[in-house]
Ligand binder design. Structure first.
Ligand code: LLP
Length: 458
């Protein structure tokens, strides 16, 4: 699973296919996706959730924003997952893969009428409401289509978590969701207190749920949704979010007498990018969430909700890696006896924006030969016209690293291809699938003709 290194030769391979062979056959830079690994990870996640929530129905959606192609959509749905989409393009790819709408979810803080219409026409399992005017807009479109839309309300639960400010979503001053608490809420920290319950009962989230019920001719209120952020290491944050969502479910029952059938706790489960990084223990986390939900339902005398999750990164990140060819090796004298070796590769911030955008860390290694045992401190950089175009900030590489070497950067299966750009008119790399039957192109490499075909002025 993933790249295996032969410690004698230094040559790496994936399911028997050497990285050099893949690079020569498909070119570099190249995203490689071990699709058996994706299927196994999807299967593990779904199974673990089912085992943790013994008496409750569970759903797991794959967050397509992490990586999406028709093949991946089919692989994850074969393992029992749904697919979560948040744009016209993601919806169209999932539908083109033949995934039935009842296995699809639509998110988004700024959905177009066309997106909402497409979701309702295809009987999407859920449309996730993100702002207080949306129930009415969705109801109107559903009415025009003569259908009832299944909706969830996304709430901002106020739990602070997540790797970087840009990917943390449950604090108040950001664009997603509807607040659990009113702005003038009291300062209680005990979320099981009567005061907290009372605050929630008077909050914007209860109000939005109420709006959905009022439109019940055209909307079926299915659930409450919470996504607190991404690359979260701390399981406590998920437990806290689940508990807060359960308070909302109770408070809404108290005000409107309606038992919200489903709660969706979103994605955000961390993976390890570099040595020493932790990866979220899914089993332990799910067991703890299950316990919290059970305790709350029992205390309140309410039936257990259907419980849903939306992992993206955890499913695909470790199953993918990127291969780059080294073009130049330059030593820069920093004075006082210090040097930095810049190793330039044929991709960079256009195929992996994460280091530049979030300061994300990766490792890398030479995979076409052993290389010398002496190491140098190197910075791996891309081919773009920007000094922030960094792939790996600081890494020990064999001191004889040279032009023509092949470098592998592991754990690029999530938010690599989906956030890729054509900056400097670089061509977005191919994604090649490796499985037990061989290798094949999943998404082809762009060509200059692709670029020119968009440039239509004479
Ligand atoms: N559900 C919702 C509503 C989301 O917004 C996201 C991610 C997920 C699920 C999946 O989260 P995951 O399990 O993949 O952490 N581009 C950033 C990550 C942004 C995540 C945005 N939303 C990165 O490269 O780290």
């Amino acid at each position: 699973q993933g790249v295996q290194f032969d410690t004698n030769s230094g040559i790496a391979s994936d399911r028997g296919y050497s990285c050099e062979q893949l690079a020569q056959q498909y070119g570099t830079p190249l995203y490689v996706m071990d699709t058996v690994d994706v299927a196994e990870r999807a299967n593990y996640f779904v199974r673990t959730v089912q085992e943790a929530f013994v008496n409750a129905t569970t759903h797991v959606s794959f967050a397509g924003k992490a990586f999406l192609s028709k093949e991946i959509a089919r692989i994850v749905t074969e393992q029992g997952m749904y697919v979560d989409t948040c744009t016209w393009g993601e919806m169209k790819i999932a539908l083109a893969a033949g995934i039935p709408g009842r296995k699809l979810v639509l998110h988004g803080n700024n959905k177009t009428d066309d997106e909402i219409r497409l979701a309702i026409e295809n009987d999407f399992d859920k449309i996730v409401i993100d702002e207080p005017h949306e129930p009415e807009r969705i109801a109107r479109i559903a009415h025009e289509l003569g259908k009832r839309a299944r909706v969830m309300v996304r709430v901002t639960v106020g739990v602070h978590a997540g790797g970087h400010e840009y990917i943390s979503t449950a604090h108040e001053d950001q664009k997603f969701g509807i607040s659990l608490l009113p702005a003038d809420h009291s300062d209680v920290s005990d979320i099981q207190s009567a005061q907290f319950f009372d605050d929630v009962a008077h909050g914007p989230a209860v109000h939005a749920l109420h709006s959905c019920l009022e439109l019940s001719h055209d909307l079926e209120l299915v659930g409450i949704h919470s996504h607190i952020g991404s690359q979260i290491h701390d399981a406590d944050a998920f437990i806290e979010a689940a508990q807060r969502v359960m308070v909302l479910r109770r408070a809404f029952y108290a005000t409107d007498g309606y038992v919200v059938p489903e709660i969706d706790l979103g994605g955000g489960y961390s993976v390890a990018y570099v040595e020493g990084d932790a990866s979220m223990d899914i089993r332990e986390t799910m067991e703890r969430i299950a316990q919290a939900i059970k305790l709350d339902s029992t205390r309140a005398g309410l039936p257990l909700p259907i419980v849903s999750f939306e992992p993206g990164r955890w499913i695909v990140a470790p199953a993918g890696y990127t291969l780059y060819r080294v073009g130049t090796v330059k030593t820069v004298d920093l004075g006082e006896g210090k040097q930095r070796v810049y190793v330039s590769v044929d991709g960079g911030m256009s195929d992996n924006i994460r280091p530049a955008l979030y300061g994300a860390q990766y490792t890398a290694r030479i995979v076409n030969r052993q290389g010398s045992h002496d190491t140098i401190s190197a910075r791996i950089v891309g081919s773009h016209c920007e000094s922030g175009d960094i792939v790996v900030h600081d890494i020990a590489l064999p001191s004889d690293v040279k032009r023509g070497d092949l470098l592998a950067v592991p754990v690029t299966g999530a938010y690599g291809r989906t956030m890729a750009s054509n900056y400097n008119q670089l061509l977005r790399p191919a994604v090649v699938a490796v499985d037990n039957n061989g290798t094949h192109v999943m998404i082809r490499r762009e060509t200059v003709d692709d670029l020119l075909s968009l440039d239509v002025s004479e």
